[in-house]
Design a protein around this ligand. Structure first.
Ligand SMILES: Nc1ccn([C@H]2C[C@H](O)[C@@H](COP(=O)(O)OP(=O)(O)OP(=O)(O)O)O2)c(=O)n1
Length: 122
């Protein structure tokens, strides 16, 4: 499923879900993509993502001092996390788009806007 939006760098979770399903099917990897395996793969990728930040101390937003290669690597690890998350959701029969929108609503109820000048975290 490749369209204009994807060329512009915008993609839906549904498009990613379908691409991951196709990727696994083409390689006969459905047998490996069980919920537990996918969860462990996801956690492994979160570890790889963490390694990029490890020992750097706090870094400013936008990562202005990072080399392009380092940012490219960061994008790859973030993508691995997203792709395994999308695949895990699919294999578990969870509609991630719907679930995430519902969770945003629940968050807004749990944490109402009281004062926009409130600097305290929850
Ligand atoms: N059984 C698998 C193996 C890989 N992938 C896909 C999902 C991830 O986006 C990516 C992960 O590939 P690797 O396991 O090779 O991990 P990395 O790309 O992070 O490589 P490395 O761990 O060598 O840095 O490939 C998958 O769907 N199912």
């Amino acid at each position: 499923m490749s369209g204009r939006k994807e060329e512009e760098g915008s993609v839906s979770l549904e498009a990613l879900r379908m691409k991951m399903a196709e990727f696994a099917k083409e390689r006969n990897w459905d047998r490996f993509h069980s919920p537990r395996n996918l969860l462990l793969a996801l956690v492994g990728e979160v570890g790889e993502l963490s390694e990029i930040f490890q020992w750097k101390g706090e870094v400013p937003k936008g990562l202005p001092e990072w080399e392009e290669d380092e940012k490219k690597h960061l994008g790859e690890e973030l993508s691995d996390v997203l792709l395994y998350l999308v695949r895990l959701s699919d294999i578990c029969g969870i509609d991630l788009s719907k679930a995430a929108l519902r969770k945003l609503e629940l968050n807004a109820i749990k944490y109402p806007v009281i004062n926009s000048n409130n600097n305290h975290s929850p």
